[in-house]
Design a protein around this ligand. Structure first.
Ligand code: NAD
Ligand code: DAU
Length: 366
């Protein structure tokens, strides 16, 4: 069943333009979600709220930022007064909440910002929705985007399902787990129409080059060492970002209130196998001698508390909502490499300045 977000005005059979707040819309996944919602839903006012941290970049949305159903507001979800003011001054009927500190390594070196944004920021949003919706929840929806990392680490077999017990292992995943619990508790206690999803590793255009795949592309391009944590035997389940955005659109409209949906690519790779594949792809795209980029592979000290394996069972969203991944991994990876090679200015721009300093500290001092 498709949930109707918004309401009909009396005497009219036309749906009133509804304001949908998307948080973190200038980030990697958020920008793909904003673009999709702006293009597919002219009946919505899409309001993108983003603090523009190092990970937020309005360049990601240049192709839609002049659309009449799009607007941007810069602000911090951990600022209670700001969030309340936003809800008081905009008729927000739906929230798709992606804003977060998202990088595990940064959560190890600077956990405080993860607690502030991921926990307190989520609390501010869900509490403001409760206060401003005042029990009038028909047509409303609060959708919280989460991660498979809340389930902890798998051994060599098994998959995460929606009922797997939470067992977060890093400050990042603990902060996401905490925010998931808050959203579910508000749904239960205050009858707010909440829905959640937990997704596996995303890849694709516009991902900040601190994450494995864009970092490899950037380093291979510049003939810099590719840092492989530990033995490279950790396993991740990779999903093309466009497929995640499609799942988010589907869940926002058709997901059942109070439910959680796991989203994954059914596509497990050890890091080292994936890096070798990327090296070969880059050699062919850059016209280099086959095998040459593999010489850049450098084994470095492991990530503290490094989760061994994540893998998602996405049968619930597949059977209940009819979503499934559509982009084959080799095609998605080739599309991703092409995007980075065609957008070197984007890559160089985000990889300069403060990021350079972070990078040196993170890898060269290991
Ligand atoms: P990202 O780091 O690329 O983007 C995060 C965005 O949030 C940025 O635009 C940033 O400016 C904004 N932001 C950060 N702090 C903020 C604050 N206090 N107030 C307002 N805006 C703030 O992250 P991403 O990879 O696009 O992830 C988006 C969401 O999806 C996160 O909630 C993350 O936990 C979740 N997720 C990510 C993945 C993945 O593989 N990247 C997988 C599953 C779930
Ligand atoms: O599973 C979903 C999660 O995926 C999201 O919730 C996170 O926001 C997202 O960052 C991602 O977390 P990971 O820690 O899995 O992604 P990352 O790209 O940082 O690392 C992927 C794997 O590669 C992981 O096992 C660590 C390893 N790695 C990473 C980097 C950056 C390396 O070996 N070397 C590196 O330089």
């Amino acid at each position: 069943m498709r949930i109707q977000i918004g309401k009909f005005r009396e005497g009219e059979n036309r749906l009133v333009m509804k304001t949908i707040l998307i948080t973190g819309g200038a980030g990697f996944i958020g920008s793909h979600v904003v673009r999709r919602m702006v293009k597919n839903h002219p009946e919505y006012n899409i309001l993108n709220l983003d603090l523009l941290t190092y990970a937020g970049n309005l360049e990601n949305l240049r192709d839609v930022d002049q659309e009449p159903n799009y607007s941007f507001v810069r602000g911090d979800i951990s600022d209670t007064e700001f969030v309340n003011h936003l809800f008081a001054t905009h008729p927000i009927e739906g929230v798709i909440h992606l804003a977060a500190e998202s990088h595990v390594d940064r959560s190890i070196s600077d956990p405080a910002s993860f607690i502030r944004t991921n926990i307190f920021g989520t609390f501010n949003l869900i509490h403001a929705a409760k206060e401003h919706w005042k029990g009038q929840v028909e047509g409303k929806r609060f959708y919280h985007i989460s991660t498979d990392e809340v389930y902890g680490s798998l051994g060599t077999s098994g998959l995460f399902t929606e009922t797997t017990a939470y067992d977060p292992k890093s400050p990042y995943s603990a902060s996401k787990a905490s925010s998931d619990h808050l959203v579910r508790a508000y749904g239960h206690t205050f009858h707010l129409p909440v829905v959640l999803s937990n997704c596996s590793n995303n890849y694709g255009p516009n991902q900040f080059p601190e994450k494995l795949i864009p970092l490899c592309i950037h380093n291979i391009r510049h003939n810099k060492p590719i840092p492989v944590y530990g033995k490279g035997e950790n396993v991740r389940d990779w999903l093309y970002v466009g497929d995640h955005a499609a799942a988010i659109e589907r869940i926002f409209h058709e997901g059942k209130s109070g439910e959680t949906y796991n989203i994954g690519g059914n596509n497990e790779w050890t890091n080292i196998r994936l890096i070798r594949l990327l090296c070969d792809l880059m050699d062919s795209k850059l016209g280099r001698t086959p095998g040459s980029s593999q010489s850049l592979i450098t084994f470095v000290k492991d990530r503290a508390g490094h989760d061994l394996r994540y893998a998602i069972d996405s049968s619930k969203i597949q059977t209940e909502l009819g979503w499934k991944p559509s982009v084959d991994f080799e095609e998605g990876l080739a599309r991703t490499v092409d995007w980075y090679l065609e957008n070197t200015a984007w890559l160089e721009n985000v990889a300069s300045g403060a990021y350079e300093k972070y990078y040196e500290k993170q890898y060269l001092l290991r």
